[in-house]
Design a protein around this ligand. Structure first.
Ligand code: S3P
Length: 708
């Protein structure tokens, strides 16, 4: 029987969201944009538009699904107060500059360190030619610059690079000013602007030219109709999950739903196909003038072949080269990517960033002037990589790090939120799901139940066993999971601490080994339930939490809890807690010894450095680099000791699901475990609660908008 599959969704398309915000702000009337990306890039654009007097809401994190823009016409923006900061967004600054060229006002555009290195002449050149005035304020050719717009002339622009940003900036300027324009690009770039403008009532003519592709807007209308659309999932974001599925070998079990499959964006697919990881597009439909489908990687061998891609293919996969390079690192043979010189001026110099990082983790990679040569390997890959303030570099290496045989740390994972908020959480979820699924299909024989074990399940109590290393997030997660599921929470560590405290009170120099069952009986350790939370009683009275956490307890608890008599003594007490609807049992041998029949077993782990950081924060110490190293070292030695001791060693049960929490906050960890438990209970584990896209009018008449 095939195990159950998983369907996931990715956030809305960045390119489409950016265009919808700017064009919505130029339209006559209210636009409604469903499914918009709420990543850092569009949020920066939205903020800039608000400073230009545009009423725009619904872009904040956690806001309702629809963004509303109150458009007041083509040239209705007002002089901004202060500088417009587009942060990391190249699309934002270039497209907005185009639109500003037609507004009778002056604005200063700027951005972050990465944006300050990206070339702006490619847009300021044609905009000046049309009549806008531009002054660079610090260094020539880069932000910050001041732009004063107004009346413009139409132009015919022959671009040297295939760039949708350049093309869109010119089209937005021409439409804003009401003048005809023609753009000739050496190769066809993404056509979201053209589609959206057509849907708003602009006549756009395009087609193959002698030397590339030409786009013409002969006569823009005096007003744009507002947008009523739903943004499809971003293909560039989906690509990371497809790549992960190809590397993990989970074949056609993982679907990424409702992704934009505009043919000017899906150039990665033929390359993947040549590598041996075909992608099936199913359920094709059209939303907002854009083709949409559900993507599934076919085949489950996990074996990839090297690939060669050249300049003709690059524009259609311009943002996917980082993930392609990572796949090449795991393919058989040497892959060659050429004609990709544009990558040097993205959010980072992606050619250099990829080569540097690949080498850092042990892959042979050679930097070419306009691309890369990468020798695939199946050796373990490990090391720390740098994101270079580039979301796609961070995510590409994150995908590789989430596969077997890799231990990769990313210096700045947070940068993913530029285009893919929730990326790390989703990646951890699919990974956890796949672990569960592969265990589900190859479940090892269950340990025989010892006589007298209160069987989880047979007493009607669902037991969730959460084990893991120190600092992996066990306690917080277990407590929160218990709260969400309405189960009791067994904190086994508190029992070991209570025993330690009791023994210390009796004899402050506890002689290990000299503890007898009678000594332990005398402590009279018991559990008292306060609703679902547990408190420990000893010799008839409640032990305060503070006493359990006292320094003198900390220093010997691991010695005491390694004593056979102690473990034996507490075993029945712990097992007896499996009563009522459910129990979340947290500790170090829950899934192996105490509840070998638990319905769900989860083993939490995280990179020692991250665990060290959490420990330091818990103790109120600043997590600086030296301290982190020191603490990580301590944790590693403790792991080694704990996992090699003969009695109740810290090991992951053969049928436990490993959850790597390195990149997860407590909320994400809790959600992942809850979903996992629910998934195991129901055997189908689904992620993606987003409501179905609302029925909206396409900006382009349907059908016919699909392939071009
Ligand atoms: C984009 C176009 C591409 C792409 C970028 C988004 C757009 O850049 O790399 O992420 O939305 O127009 P170029 O137009 O510079 O190639």
């Amino acid at each position: 029987m095939r195990p159950a599959g998983l369907s996931v969704r990715v956030p809305g398309d960045k390119s489409i969201t950016q265009r919808a915000l700017i064009l919505g702000a130029m339209a006559d009337g209210g636009s409604r944009i469903g499914g918009a990306l709420r990543g850092a890039d569009p949020v920066a654009t939205g903020r800039a538009l608000a400073r230009l007097g545009v009423e725009i809401d619904g872009l904040g994190a956690g806001e309702e699904q629809v963004v509303r823009i109150a458009g007041r016409g083509l040239r209705s923006w007002t002089s901004p107060t202060g500088t417009l900061d587009l942060c990391n967004s190249g699309t934002g600054v270039r497209l907005l500059a185009g639109a500003l060229a037609a507004q009778p006002l002056t604005a200063v555009l700027t951005g972050d360190e990465s944006l300050s290195r990206r070339p702006m002449d490619r847009i300021t050149g044609p905009l000046r030619q049309m009549g806008a005035s531009v002054q660079y304020l610090e260094r020539p050719g880069v932000v910050p610059f001041r732009i004063t717009g107004g009346r413009l002339d139409g132009i015919r622009h022959e671009g040297r690079v295939a760039s949708a940003q350049v093309k869109s900036a010119i089209l937005f300027a021409a439409v804003g000013a009401g003048v005809g324009v023609e753009v000739l690009e050496p190769r066809r770039s993404r056509d979201h602007s053209e589609r959206m403008l057509e849907g708003m009532g602009v006549e756009v003519m395009e087609g193959a030219a002698a030397e590339g592709w030409t786009i013409r807007v002969p006569e823009p209308p005096p007003r744009l109709s507002p947008l009523q659309m739903h943004v499809p999932g971003d293909f560039s974001s989906a690509a990371f999950l497809l790549a992960w599925a190809a590397l993990a070998g989970c074949g056609d079990l993982l679907a990424v739903e409702a992704v934009g499959v505009n043919p000017t964006r899906t150039g990665l697919l033929p390359a993947l196909d040549r590598m041996g990881a075909g992608v099936r597009i199913q359920g094709r439909r059209t939303t907002g003038g854009e083709a949409v489908g559900d993507l599934v990687v076919t085949g489950d061998s996990g074996a990839l072949r090297a690939v060669a891609v050249g300049e003709d293919e690059i524009p259609g996969m311009i943002d996917e080269v980082p993930i392609l390079a990572v796949l090449a690192a795991r393919a058989e043979g040497t892959s060659r990517i050429t004609g990709a010189g544009e990558l040097r001026v993205k959010e980072s110099d992606r050619i250099a960033a990829l080569a540097t990082n690949l080498r850092r983790i042990g892959v042979r990679a050679e930097e070419l002037g306009d691309g890369l040569e990468i020798e695939g390997t199946d050796a373990p890959l490990a090391g720390v990589v740098e994101s270079f303030h580039d979301h796609r570099i961070a995510m590409a290496f994150g995908v590789l790090g989430a596969t077997a045989g890799c231990d990769i740390q990313i210096d700045d994972p947070g940068t993913a939120s530029v285009s893919f908020p929730g990326f790390w959480d989703l990646l951890a979820r699919v990974r956890t799901w796949w672990e569960a699924m592969s265990h589900g299909t190859r479940r090892p024989p269950q340990p025989a139940r010892e006589p007298g074990v209160s069987a989880a399940g047979s007493a009607g109590c669902t037991v969730v066993a959460i084990d893991g290393s120190a600092g992996s997030g066990k306690s917080t997660t277990a407590a929160a999971v218990a709260g969400q599921l309405g189960y009791r929470h067994l904190d086994s560590g508190a029992l070991y601490r209570a025993v330690t405290l009791g023994l210390l009170d009796r004899d402050p120099s506890i002689a290990a080994g000299a503890v007898t069952p009678a000594d332990l009986e005398a402590l009279d350790v018991a559990i008292e339930w306060d609703g679902r939370a547990m408190a420990v009683r000893m010799r008839g009275s409640r032990v305060p939490e503070k006493a359990l956490r006292a320094a003198r307890v900390n220093s010997v608890v691991s010695t005491v809890s390694a004593l056979a008599a102690v473990r034996e003594h507490l075993l029945e007490l712990q097992r007896a807690t499996a009563e009522g609807p459910g129990l979340v049992a947290e500790g170090r041998d829950m899934g192996t010894v105490v509840f070998p029949d638990a319905v769900a077993k989860i083993y939490l782990d995280a990179h020692p450095r991250e665990r060290a950081r959490r420990r330091l924060l818990q103790r109120g110490e600043p997590p600086d680099a030296a301290k982190i190293e020191e603490e990580a070292h301590r944790l590693k030695s403790r792991d080694e000791r704990d996992s090699s001791r003969s009695l109740a060693p810290l090991v992951r049960a053969g049928d436990a699901v490993l959850l790597d929490t390195t990149h997860m906050d407590p909320k994400a960890q809790t959600e992942a475990v809850v979903r996992l438990v629910r998934g195991l209970e129901g055997s189908l584990f689904q992620y993606g609660d987003e409501p179905e896209p609302e029925k909206v009018r396409g900006v382009r008449p349907e059908p016919g908008a699909g392939g071009s």
